[in-house]
Design a protein around this ligand. Structure first.
Ligand code: AKG
Length: 261
């Protein structure tokens, strides 16, 4: 299962330009070594221009939901569609959309944990639904968004529900790069699953975003890592049998005693 992660430099406040960028990037990927799954970063249509979100957010995920669905169908690829600002009944959610090769929306997730350091609760509404897994090409997976990475309970719940791959879509700032990298490796090791992340690059309102998008295997080895300052594509492949092998060698899930904690 081949993965291509778009470590994207976003055009702030311009969904149309960002959708065009993604279309061009996907065309290039298909001409090279066509991936099975592509991954986009958090809030990739608008970036973090929170004061403008009322004007730039999608309404009930449109038009980006239709755009990504058409893109998946056209290229017959699975899409982990990062996340978008998504207005529903006047509330703006940070919503991740996942599509299979037929362009069907297989999962929609609203970011649960809003970031106090970025004053997100003043502009966004946190998700109210439980996280769930989804399936792409017969493999069970999960997705979380940025700050969610700091809450190990989410990844553990998804692993217990059968996820073998965890996607983390993010706009993670540079000053906390060591947390970004270490937490992903920890999630991979403790849950014995692949962790695949897409983070953006570039600077907005004085905040530099760190890139360093990762593919970490279930043993905690970093198999691919983006640079910390430029737009690029991170590629790797996932082998679900590796998850089974690691879980057999170190049987963490069989050793749990959840009644005691
Ligand atoms: O947790 C962090 O340090 C960064 C979180 C963040 O930037 C986000 O969730 O958008």
């Amino acid at each position: 299962m081949k993965i291509a992660v778009y470590q994207m430099e976003l055009v702030p406040g311009s969904p149309e330009e960002n959708r065009e960028k993604v279309s061009r990037w996907v065309e290039t990927q298909m001409q090279e070594d066509a991936p099975d799954i592509i991954v986009l970063p958090e809030m990739w249509t608008t970036s973090y221009v929170l004061e403008q979100l009322d004007a730039t957010a999608d309404e009930s995920s449109e038009p980006t939901q239709s755009y990504l669905s058409d893109l998946a169908k056209k290229h017959q690829i699975n899409i982990v569609g990062g996340s978008i600002a998504n207005k529903v009944n006047g509330n703006i959610y940070n919503t991740s959309l996942i599509f299979n090769r037929n362009g069907e929306l297989v999962y929609k997730y609203n970011k649960i944990h809003l970031v106090p350091m970025l004053n997100e609760p003043a502009y966004l509404t946190g998700g109210e639904e439980k996280v769930e897994t989804f399936e792409l090409d017969g493999v069970r997976m999960g997705v979380i968004i940025c700050y969610d990475l700091r809450f190990p309970e989410l990844a553990r719940k998804l692993a217990l529900d059968g996820a073998q791959v965890l996607f983390v879509v993010a706009e993670w700032p540079k000053p906390r790069t060591n947390h970004w990298v270490s937490l992903q490796i920890a999630r991979a090791i403790e849950n014995q699953m692949y962790v695949v992340s897409s983070n953006n690059v570039g600077t907005l309102d004085g905040v530099e975003y760190t890139g360093a998008s990762l593919i970490v295997d279930p043993w905690g080895e970093v198999v691919a890592k983006g640079s910390e300052n430029k737009e690029e594509t991170i590629k790797g492949s996932l082998n679900p049998e590796r998850v089974v092998e690691v879980r057999k060698n170190v049987p963490v899930f069989a050793s749990r005693v959840p009644d005691l904690y």
